[in-house]
Design a protein around this ligand. Structure first.
Ligand code: DGP
Length: 114
C-alpha cells in the first residue's frame, strides 16, 4: 500500500523520476537528491511505513533484507572502503520524509555532514 501524497511513495510508483539502483517486489533503492557523501543511497520499502517506530513484527523480514542488501549496493556504487547506515526517526531524530528509509553513506571522506 502506498500513500497518494507521500514523496517516496510517488517515487515508488514512478510518478517522480529517480535512478532506480535496485528494486524487487518490496524494496526500492535510489540516490539521495541531496547527497551528504560521495555515495548516498536511500533504501525504502515499497509499502508505506512512516517511521521505524511505526514498523512492527510484520516488517521484520523486510528490515532484515534491507540491512543485508546495504553492503552489496554500497560496494557496487563505489563505497569500497566502508559505509554508514542511518535511520532518522521522528522530529528529534531529524526525519524529514515520513516514509521509512535507510541512508547508506560511503565513499572517500570528508563528507558534507553527519
Ligand atoms: P531524512 O532526514 O532521514 O528524512 O532524509 C530525507 C532525505 O530524502 C534527504 O537526505 C533528502 C532526500 N530526498 C527528499 N526528497 C527527495 C526526492 O524527491 N528524491 C530523492 N532522491 N531524495 C529526496
Amino acid at each position: 500500500m502506498t500513500e497518494p501524497h507521500c514523496i517516496f511513495c510517488r517515487i515508488v510508483r514512478g510518478e517522480l523520476p529517480t535512478k532506480r539502483i535496485f528494486e524487487d517486489d518490496e524494496i526500492l533503492v535510489f540516490p539521495d537528491i541531496n547527497p551528504a557523501a560521495p555515495v548516498h543511497l536511500l533504501m525504502v520499502p515499497k509499502t508505506h511505513v512512516a517511521t521505524l517506530d511505526a514498523a512492527g513484527a510484520e516488517h521484520e523480514r523486510l528490515l532484515g533484507r534491507m540491512l543485508l542488501l546495504a553492503p552489496r549496493l554500497a560496494r557496487e556504487q563505489g563505497a569500497t572502503n566502508g559505509f554508514r547506515i542511518v535511520i532518522n526517526n521522528g522530529p528529534d531524530g531529524g526525519q524529514e520524509v515520513y516514509h521509512l528509509h535507510v541512508h547508506v553513506l560511503g565513499g572517500p571522506r570528508p563528507w558534507k555532514r553527519l
